[in-house]
Design a protein around this ligand. Structure first.
Ligand code: KG4
Ligand code: ZN
Length: 342
């Protein structure tokens, strides 16, 4: 019998739910974004985020069930993100999942958000001719994390590289703010970079002899250039603002893409993996995707951009493999805002 799992994701500013069959076939994926709510503050306001999740969660769940062609009562289990993320946001999803699990008498599966980002790739594995198998080199690059994880099997990870300061997504968001672009910064930087000629460059933070990253230095270098060139904090008269913003955005993007791609490919060689897996909002970046595919001699599994950013389907996909292992979560589970992986 195919196993249908409903996944709930409310760790940050997206209220999301999706239904997945056997961890691989996506039946529905509903995402209610709070971007407009937070944009004017230039970042996610936790209190506003949790209140909005409370408003949006039930309609999102109903839509995810109805889009799948099934009812909630047809689900075999319910998976939910219980960390890492914002405590108040996580609580709304976890409480809803507990209520559904209890009332329908189906298992509750608490999922690590970072592991969910990895399992988004299982939703696009059907497009591959051959499944590379384990071990895999996984990059999770999001607003809060930039992790290189060795995945030795389902649910088995070793953290082999991470950022020592800002996460890649956080760096994109801060760079966009310096350049006077909107929030979230990653998609904005990508958009304006498309018009650049490549005449500006920024340094790379290589951090020799480690798979760790550092992104705060590039951000500071960008800030100093923006100040020197009269772009920040207020653009000066006579500065060709639009052109300079495009060039600096592209320089920033290239600097981040170069370092991430190089370290991921190095890691893959060092650990003799069979394939690469990308996940997290930053891996929606088209230059990053292009560069990793170009540099990797191994198969690269990348979800479509909509499954790279936060969604409920990836949580359902991950939950399936926990379900298969009989790894049910007790009803008294609490949220864990700092939950690690690997
Ligand atoms: O995974 P995600 O949706 O949420 C977290 O778990 O944090 O990632 C959000 C991050 C934001 O920092 C956003 O700027 C970044 O992903 N992001 C991108 C792109 N789309 C989203 N960064 C670079 N290029 C993109 N196209
Ligand atoms: Zn995420």
């Amino acid at each position: 019998m195919p196993i249908k799992i409903l996944g709930i994701e409310t760790s940050c500013d997206e209220t999301a739910a999706g239904v997945v069959v056997d961890g691989q076939t996506l039946l529905s994926n509903v995402i209610s974004s709070q971007v407009d709510l937070h944009a004017k503050y230039g970042g996610v306001v936790p209190e506003l985020a949790s209140r909005q999740h409370v408003r949006d969660l039930i309609p999102v769940l109903e839509q995810a069930a109805s889009d799948s062609g099934f009812g909630l009562e047809d689900m075999d289990a319910i998976a939910v993100t219980y960390g890492p993320g914002l405590a108040g946001s996580l609580i709304t999803g976890v409480n809803a999942a507990k209520a559904i699990s209890y009332s329908l008498g189906i298992p509750l599966l608490g999922v690590n958000h970072l592991e969910g980002h990895i399992y988004a790739s299982w939703l696009s594995k059907g497009n591959l001719e051959d499944d590379p198998g384990f071990p895999l080199a996984c990059l999770v690059a999001s607003g809060g994390h930039t992790d290189l994880l060795l995945m030795e099997g389902h649910g088995r990870y070793k953290l082999v590289g991470r950022t020592r300061d800002d996460a890649a997504g956080e760096a994109f968001d801060k760079a966009a703010r310096i350049l006077g672009l909107g929030f979230p910064g990653g998609p904005e930087i990508q958009r304006v970079s498309a018009g650049a000629t490549g005449e500006e460059t920024l340094p790379r933070a290589w951090m020799k002899d480690t798979l760790d990253f550092s992104f705060s230095g590039i951000k500071t270098a960008l800030l100093h250039i923006a100040q020197d060139r009269g772009l920040y904090p207020y653009p000066e008269d006579g500065v060709d603002q639009e052109r300079l913003v495009c060039e600096l955005a592209a320089a920033f993007q290239e600097s981040v893409v170069d370092v991430i791609s190089a370290k991921l490919v190095d890691m893959a060689a060092k650990y003799k993996v069979k394939g690469l897996v990308l996940g997290g909002g930053v891996t929606a970046n088209s230059r990053l995707r292009e560069e990793i595919i170009k540099r990797s001699p191994l198969p690269v599994i990348i979800p479509p951009p909509i499954l790279c950013t936060d969604n409920g389907a990836m949580i359902a996909a991950c939950g399936y493999f926990q379900y298969q292992r009989g790894d049910d979560t007790p009803m008294d589970i609490d949220v864990n805002p700092g939950l690690p992986l690997g």
